[in-house]
Design a protein around this ligand. Structure first.
Ligand code: AMP
Length: 184
């Protein structure tokens, strides 16, 4: 079996990696939307490592669990959860979770959606860091914040790789600190 040796930290900041690798696609998935694709960031090992370290560091000591939002938030939450040695919650799109679930409906930059969370996975009062790739209008993270609160947990931070400032998503979020690796 191949042994993986620990990678050295990248000399570039997380923000520099994202600025260098972020791809933008006009009119996707529909006319008028400038789609920001972070897959090239995830596909670069040094960049991925830098963004995970940055998201964990910015909120260090303030969370006992991470919640990742389907689907790209899962990539971030799994890695930050591992790096910080904390629990991982999956916030899923509607209709995919079994058992007793909490549901929140919300509006998107394009369309509307439903997010769900299973109840009873962590003790009441658990401090949760919410993670997603992009903060656009803020509807997705606001809905996730409500799910976390309704489940009895405390949302203590929000981490995203990219914030689209012209959509003013932060205004829809609560008082928990919001950290974006880059804001454009
Ligand atoms: P919002 O609820 O408007 O903040 O949208 C956030 C969610 O939609 C995130 O999960 C993003 O992945 C996705 N999203 C919204 N707008 C964009 C965009 N312009 N480019 C890429 N992803 C987006």
């Amino acid at each position: 079996m191949t042994q993986l040796s620990p990678l050295p930290s990248s000399p570039l900041s997380a923000a520099a990696h994202v600025e260098a690798l972020l791809a933008s696609y006009p009119d996707f998935p529909q006319p008028g939307i400038l789609f920001r694709d972070l897959n090239p960031v995830f596909a670069d090992a040094a960049a991925f490592r830098a963004i995970i370290d940055d998201l964990a560091d910015q909120h260090r000591g303030r969370f006992d669990a991470v919640a990742g939002i389907e689907a790209r938030g899962f990539l971030l939450a799994a890695a930050v959860g591992y790096a910080a040695n904390v629990a991982v919650l999956a916030v899923r799109k509607g209709g995919k979770l079994p058992g007793t679930v909490l549901t929140e409906e919300y509006d998107l930059e394009y369309g509307s959606a439903r997010l769900e969370l299973e109840i009873g996975q962590l003790p009441a009062g658990t401090r949760v860091l919410i993670l997603d790739d992009v903060l656009a209008t803020g509807g997705t993270i606001a809905a996730t914040t409500r799910l976390i609160e309704r489940a009895g947990y405390i949302p203590t931070g929000v981490g995203v790789v990219l914030e689209l400032t012209e959509l003013h998503g932060r205004l829809r979020l609560g008082t928990a600190p919001v950290h974006a690796i880059i804001s454009i």
